[in-house]
Ligand binder design. Sequence first.
Ligand SMILES: C[S@@+](CC[C@H](N)C(=O)[O-])C[C@H]1O[C@@H](n2cnc3c(N)ncnc32)[C@H](O)[C@@H]1O
Length: 216
Amino acid sequence: MEKIMPILNDVKNALAFLCRGELKEFMFRLRVYTSKIDLRYASVDELGLSADRSHHYAHSGGVYLEKVLNSLNITAGDAIVDFGSGKGGALITFAKYPFNKISGVELLPELVTIAEQNFKKLNISNVTMTVSDAADFTDLDAYNYFYFYSPFPRSVMVDVIHNIESSLQKKPRPLRLIYCNPEFHDLIEKDSGFHKTAEFYHHQLHHLIYVYSRTP
Ligand SMILES: C[S@@+](CC[C@H](N)C(=O)[O-])C[C@H]1O[C@@H](n2cnc3c(N)ncnc32)[C@H](O)[C@@H]1O
């Protein structure tokens, strides 16, 4: 029963999208089931994470994230990193776009293993993942898009924004930041040169998604 309940819940959630006429999100979820992809939620406790440095795992991929990306005219000149990439939900969505580089940074090696198994099942081969605390991942010069879905507390976010700032000083370039559930919006706008340029809503997660831009 313990094993069946999460599956029944997933089926119920997917069918709810069909009932609401959201065929694309239903199809995305169907693809997740039929390919036996694991994108299931896991709490901080289940993951053995410290609440001082980390939030839970949940995924933000699918049609609502696609709506954001569709508005951005992504080309092969773009490269994106997902800070706190978990089992790869958002990265699976990024892989549908012509980014020349797609990377994930994740604290937990076991989530990176699950993400890599997910990519294999979906024949996705252009995503790389690094096991690291996001604050220690400073190799940012190759990227012009940065993605966050509520991955960690403010103190870690401060360090990551500082690293982006340092990268920009080394290599001036236009940057974009996509932030799902922008709980530290004040930090992004006040302490860095980013300005909010667009706003979306993730109807499944019930979160806002903000897009910010910054010119050198
Ligand atoms: C809410 S999930 C987002 C998953 C993915 N970005 C998505 O949108 O589908 C947050 C992820 O951040 C990871 N995480 C938490 N703290 C971290 C840290 N300090 N450095 C790197 N990853 C972290 C968690 O393990 C979890 O997988």
